[in-house]
Write a protein that binds this ligand. Structure first.
Ligand code: FE2
Length: 160
């Protein structure tokens, strides 16, 4: 940990930085998975999904940046290289060969739900560690992921 005059004790900042680096890995993975979907999806809803998947990727990139900067603010070291992300992420592996809209919607929504669950779980851990600011960041990220999950899943709706 780096030196800082922040009032949160190092004994709490160490586990908080661990939580944040877990979230960072998942968000960078999601950023790249959504681009994979953006580039390769094909079907009658191409433009809508191509653009929606790009917004999922852009949102994940913004969240990753906020999480990494929170790590730095706490005196931690952000770990955001592809190699580290590849070993730390807990998201499902994105199938690179898929093309059909329904397959991308299913795979991406599964990953979004997975990281949404993980970051929601981290809110409570941050509160236990007396870091309301990190809990607030996790809350914002999970709420926005929920919203984008709704956007993606809505493409699966079929009228009865
Ligand atoms: Fe693009």
């Amino acid at each position: 940990m780096h030196r800082t005059k922040i009032d949160l004790p190092e004994s709490k900042r160490i586990p908080i930085v661990f939580l944040l680096n877990q979230a960072l890995a998942g968000l960078i993975d999601l950023q790249l998975q959504a681009k994979q979907a953006h580039w390769n999806v094909k079907g009658p809803n191409f433009i809508a999904l191509h653009e929606l998947f790009d917004t999922v990727s852009a949102d994940a990139a913004v969240f990753a940046d906020s999480v990494a900067e929170r790590i730095a603010a706490l005196g931690g070291q952000a770990e955001g290289t592809v190699n580290v992300v590849g070993s730390h992420t807990t998201l499902p592996v994105y199938p690179v060969e898929i093309v059909a809209e329904c397959d991308h919607i299913d795979s991406l929504s599964t990953s979004m739900a997975s990281i949404g669950k993980s970051i929601r779980g981290a809110i409570g851990r941050a509160v236990e560690l007396n870091d309301a600011d990190t809990a607030d960041l996790f809350t914002e990220v999970s709420r926005e992921l929920d919203k984008k999950l709704w956007f993606v899943e809505s493409h699966l709706h079929r009228n009865p």
